[in-house]
Design a protein around this ligand. Structure first.
Ligand code: PMT
Length: 222
């Protein structure tokens, strides 16, 4: 896509879950399908943007015209995002594990019949959105986070935006009844410093299209 309002701009998009190893064959993960993040990467590319999509394991194909970097853990995702800098835009739609196993086993944990249960010790993962938002002169001009909440959606998301220091945060309700994780639709609130837009329930593709258009509009004076 060599034309469009975002031609000449670079974007990093994160998508999908991360897998945090317990031992060589087991991991901790979550229900993210990558549909929302991949759709955003696709729509930014359609507007002419050069997109690096950093994704955890999903069943999805790389969207047309997008460079896909496949990773597993949050630590790998951070390195891949840092390698993709400099960029004008970052959109963090991945469901990154907040914690990983600190005492990852080098060999498969064995159930040896003694009834002993392994104990997992967790430690905090790096925060990719916060790192990109606070990257000094490497900071993308527009950093957009997502907030997955199950209650007080707008309030919690707004606090997250301030804590992580991104420009916009796209809040969605991930209560099981909404089907947001893994489903094809999403109902989002797009929160900026002085503004909150409540979008109706839309397909994830339509959310991506509107978000890409909003990003292009924001950067058009650039
Ligand atoms: O993949 P789908 O099935 O289509 O589902 C889409 C989605 C629900 C995963 C997506 O719309 C969404 O909400 N993504 C963010 C999920 C999440 O982890 O939210 P959070 O509120 O825990 O994190 C807030 C923000 O910080 C997010 O931008 C997240 O990418 C980022 N983060 C979190 C932790 C971490 N260690 N590093 C991060 O970058």
């Amino acid at each position: 896509f060599k034309t469009g309002p975002l031609f000449g701009k670079k974007a990093i998009v994160t998508s999908g879950p991360t897998h945090e190893p317990i031992d060589p064959v087991r991991y901790i993960a979550n229900r993210s399908s990558g549909k929302q993040g991949h759709a955003i990467a696709a729509e930014l590319a359609k507007l002419g943007c050069e997109v690096t999509l950093v994704s955890g394991p999903t069943r999805l194909e790389a969207p047309n015209g997008v460079k896909l970097v496949e990773i597993e853990s949050a630590r790998d995702m951070l390195v891949a995002c840092q390698n993709a800098l400099p960029a004008d835009i970052a959109v963090c739609a991945a469901a990154v594990a907040d914690w990983r196993v600190d005492n990852e086993a080098g060999q498969k944990l064995k159930k040896d019949g003694s009834g002993q249960i392994p104990e997992l010790k967790l430690t905090e993962n790096p925060d990719i959105l916060a790192t990109l938002s606070q990257a000094g002169d490497q900071r993308p001009k527009l950093v957009v986070g997502f907030a997955a909440e199950t209650q007080n959606i707008r309030e919690y998301a707004s606090a997250k935006r301030i804590r992580k220091q991104c420009d916009w945060i796209v809040a969605n309700d991930v209560s099981p009844s909404t089907g947001t994780f893994g489903g094809n639709e999403n109902k989002v609130h797009v929160i900026a410093r002085n503004q909150c837009e409540d979008w109706p329930t839309l397909s994830k593709k339509e959310v991506a299209k509107r978000l890409a258009a909003k990003i292009a509009d924001y950067l058009k004076e650039d």
